[in-house]
Design a protein around this ligand. Structure first.
Ligand SMILES: *Cc1c(COP(=O)(O)O)cnc(C)c1O
Length: 453
């Protein structure tokens, strides 16, 4: 194994590396340097082995150290490391991946546009949605409605569609003609009602917004089936059917951002299938390649594809790396492995239900106000008082996250919500370990707060 000089690496890192989503000045003693990984564990430069409860950033679904994916990349890079798909050219990996993805997607989706990331996919969504309505003779339909606390990436379009207030504050002015409605976050915003009543109300805020803006201005609604970065917010069952009804009634396009929920996270190929909705567009990325190489795309339903293809002429849009051959080859192999190993069934029937049961045991912890999970997504709400569910002062989530690292598990904190999204290859024994480490991290936090001996 390669030896790493942690001190020098940290020094160079803080001197020269501007990290994404990081307060560089507050790096303090420096970054944790991750040097290797295998299965569901990562290794740092100081020799610690840490259970990766987040699958990297929600993406390493098949786990680390998969030779098959490395070999797929190496073989493709030897054969054809790069060529593009512009100007009437194509290559086998992009074609094969397009065919495979549209076979896996619901029946009304038969086309895919490739990108390099989730953010680029959502930029593509904006361009496609606007182009669609222009071709339909309604060019004034330009407004896309997203949700507060939704996440659709970090480019200008992604950040604008998303509803992350701190991002909007730093990046303004955002893209024009984007509006936001309520999120279906029952624990945070709806506890005076039943979850079902609240879910319906949150969905109906879409109808209100359409009426307020005028349907002649509204092009599309975009949302994640389950909000990931917002804190693993699982909508009440009443939510999605009502959203679908509203989109159908007003004829606006439904965009399901599948960047996290896609590729098995909820035990189906797509989160939309779990919630039984019929999106016109599905941005994808992350788990598509298990994060081994960067690739994303937009799955395009027939309603939009037919208009773009039949009436659109050339679409002046694309990326140098749209459908990059090595990335596409790895993604294709990743999807094949998911099938060969029965990952969907495993999550749906075995590890998802097992995780739900074990994760729920954390509900008795003095710091935990709510436990929720779906498939292999889980969240814990940290509270100062279990009876009133009163929150702590901000900062306890981040403190708990740091304790997780010290305990040997990666969990992410979103405000006072702790979230996990482990690799889909996690075993039942490893789920036990994950839950045990999560409890130890909560205990450590509670002791620091003087709430436990
Ligand atoms: C991560 C994420 C994105 C952005 O993807 P990048 O590859 O980071 O650009 C978009 N949408 C959702 C739902 C995501 O979780």
């Amino acid at each position: 194994m390669q030896q790493h000089d942690t001190h020098t690496l940290r020094q160079d890192d803080s001197r020269h590396h501007l990290h994404p989503f990081t307060d560089t000045k507050a790096l303090g003693s420096g970054s944790r340097i991750i040097t290797g990984a295998d299965g569901i564990y990562i290794h740092d430069s100081e020799g610690n082995r840490i259970l990766d409860g987040m699958a990297g950033l929600w993406c390493v679904n098949l786990g680390y150290g998969r030779r098959e994916l490395v070999e797929a990349a190496a073989a493709q890079m030897t054969e054809l490391p790069y060529y593009n798909n512009f100007f009437k050219t194509a290559h086998p990996p992009a074609i094969k991946l397009a065919k495979k993805l549209t076979e896996l997607a619901p029946g009304h989706i038969n086309h895919v546009f490739f990108t390099g990331s989730g953010s680029e996919s959502n930029d593509t969504v904006v361009r496609m949605v606007r182009r669609y309505w222009q071709l339909k003779g309604q060019p004034q339909k330009t407004v896309i409605i997203g949700r507060r606390n939704g996440y659709h990436g970090s480019t200008l379009a992604g950040a604008s569609l998303g509803g992350m207030a701190p991002m909007h504050e730093q990046g303004g002015p955002m893209l024009p003609d984007v509006a936001h409605i309520a999120q279906p976050y029952w624990f945070g915003e709806g506890r005076e009602m039943s979850p079902q009543e609240f879910g319906l109300l949150a969905a109906q805020s879409l109808e209100q917004k359409i009426k307020e803006l005028g349907v002649e201005r509204v092009a599309a609604f975009i949302a994640e089936p389950v909000q990931g970065a917002g804190g693993v917010i699982i909508p009440p069952d009443s939510y999605w059917p009502e959203i679908q009804r509203i989109c159908d009634h007003y004829g606006i396009l439904l965009v399901a951002d599948e960047v996290i929920c896609g590729f098995g996270r909820l035990g189906q190929w797509f989160g939309s299938q779990h919630f039984n909705i019929k999106p016109d567009l599905m941005p994808i990325a992350k788990g598509l390649s298990s994060g081994y190489l960067p690739i994303g795309g937009v799955l395009v339903g027939d309603r939009v594809a037919e208009v773009l293809i039949e009436q659109g002429g050339e679409f002046y849009h694309g990326f140098t790396y749209s459908g990059h051959p090595a990335c596409a080859a790895v993604a294709l192999r990743n999807l094949e492995l998911m099938e060969e190993e029965g990952i969907l069934e495993r999550v749906r029937e075995l590890t998802g239900p097992y995780f739900a049961k074990q994760w729920a045991t954390l509900a008795d912890h003095p710091l935990v106000g709510e436990v929720r999970s779906l498939g292999l997504l889980g969240a814990l709400e940290l509270v100062a008082d279990k009876t009133t569910l009163a929150r702590f002062e901000p900062g306890i989530g981040a403190q708990c996250r740091d304790n997780c690292f010290a305990t040997g598990i990666v969990m992410r904190s979103v405000g006072e919500t702790m979230v996990v999204s482990p690799p889909l290859v996690i075993t039942e024994a490893q789920i036990d370990e994950l839950v045990r480490l999560a409890r130890q991290s909560l205990d450590l936090t509670a002791r620091q707060l003087g709430l436990m001996d």
